[in-house]
Design a protein around this ligand. Structure first.
Ligand SMILES: Cc1ncc(COP(=O)(O)O)c(C=O)c1O
Length: 406
């Protein structure tokens, strides 16, 4: 009698020494195969239940989202983050394979190098490869800094506070009598097109309108049409260690231009004072510089607004003292109101920074950065309790708005 081969899908035909079919052997083998088929069926059923369980988790994720949307709920936010990583694992297939792979999917044992998408550019109406994105050397934006811009962050594929950014962009352009060749709907669509093409969930956009190409000489009359471009990339103003430990600030000798020179509400391409102040910070080994206005009042950072906390009250300089009307600054004031943290705009002197209980910087590039030291004076708390509450609320707000936009 020959031995049936194991692992085959049809029963091997067993024969007796005379060559007749050995039916008992055949049936035994058939039974074995039926059992094997049942085991396989069971395995698939379990896999199916695994998938169903993931669906339940997806519903839990939705529920967590809803809770996050309904309330400033830290637990819901954590659930949401977990659910997101589970969903990412499901999408990658790692969840279905085995529990060890699943563990790895939710908590990578070895940190993965994030694959950074290359910066891309939308130029005058179309996505353009970076190496082909060119504007003329006669563009007055380049020759004289004649133009306006916005830095915009996107989270989960959606531009954060895009309406506010576009509002400020059109107001800045109007103040400079610069015609933006696209209406708001077209610019909104261009921003979304750029985000989609960038292939990353989170990132930073630079939306720039230059006066356009013209003759040499300051007069913009020869510039027929503004150039518009949007760059998508990544931007971090400080490293993670500084973000956690707090930034060290200096007060720069370079002053902020006053409203009688250039109104601080105009977000123009003219940043030379800020660049000089930033260089001062670099020379002093500090992370950022604060500019004062001509009267010696605190205006802002080189690319961010400043807040201090004194006796539980949040204080920030008004635009009249030289602060840009920052979008992130406005979000802070909103969140402070929601959290019942007293907050107001007020003139500040360097003394107020030196003696603050807490201080922090806000901006689209900066996001929120706690301050630990100003001109060598260590602040009482960094990150302080008010900062911690606002930071958490800010994260929640980003989640909430990106979920609403989705
Ligand atoms: C000079 C200056 N101040 C403040 C800010 C912060 O403004 P926002 O929060 O709108 O980014 C910026 C941002 O670019 C800036 O350049």
């Amino acid at each position: 009698m020959t031995t049936p081969a194991s692992g085959t899908t049809t029963p091997h035909i067993c024969r007796t020494a005379t060559g007749a079919i050995n039916t008992a052997c055949y049936e035994r083998r058939a039974r074995q195969l039926r059992a094997q088929t049942m085991r396989e069926g069971l395995r698939r059923l379990l896999q199916f239940f695994g998938a169903a369980w993931q669906c339940v988790k997806t519903c839990a994720a939705r529920h967590a989202r809803q809770r996050a949307l309904n309330a400033l709920d830290d637990h819901a936010l954590k659930d949401l983050a977990l659910a997101r990583s589970d969903l990412a694992a499901i999408a990658s297939g790692a969840f279905f394979v085995d529990p060890t792979r699943r563990q790895r999917a939710t908590a990578p044992a070895t940190p993965q190098e994030p694959t950074m998408p290359r910066p891309i550019c939308w130029l005058n109406g179309q996505l353009t490869p970076l190496e082909e994105a060119r504007i003329s050397v006669f563009d007055h934006g380049l020759l004289y800094g004649d133009g306006v811009f916005e830095g915009i962050r996107f989270y989960r594929g959606h531009a954060f506070r895009l309406d506010a950014h576009l509002g400020r962009l059109y107001r800045s352009a109007a103040a400079l009598r610069l015609t933006i060749p696209y209406d708001r709907a077209a610019l909104t669509a261009a921003v979304q097109e750029t985000i989609t093409a960038f292939h990353a969930q989170d990132g930073y956009l630079r939306l720039v309108i230059t006066r356009g190409e013209g003759r040499l000489g300051l007069d913009p009359a020869s510039c027929a049409k503004a150039n518009t471009f949007i760059l998508a990339g990544h931007l971090a103003l400080v490293c993670e260690a500084t973000r956690n430990a707090g930034a060290r600030l200096i007060i720069a000798a370079t002053r902020r231009l006053g409203p009688d020179g250039l109104d601080p509400r105009i977000k123009s391409l003219n940043y030379l004072n800020h660049i000089l102040a930033r260089m001062e910070a670099g020379n002093a080994g500090a992370d950022e510089a604060i500019l004062l206005n001509a009267q010696g009042r605190v205006a802002e950072g080189t690319a961010d607004n400043i807040f201090i906390v004194r006796d539980g009250t949040l204080l920030t300089p008004p635009a009249a003292d030289g602060a840009l009307e920052g979008i992130t600054r406005a979000v802070m004031l909103e969140l402070a109101a929601a959290l019942r943290i007293p907050a107001r705009e007020t003139s500040l002197a360097p003394y107020d920074l030196y003696t603050a209980d807490e201080a922090f910087l806000t901006g689209t590039g900066a996001e929120l950065i706690p301050v630990r030291e100003v001109d060598g004076r260590a602040l009482a708390a960094c990150p302080g309790p008010v900062f911690a509450r606002l930071m958490q609320a800010f994260r929640m707000q980003i989640e909430r708005e990106s979920l609403h936009a989705a």
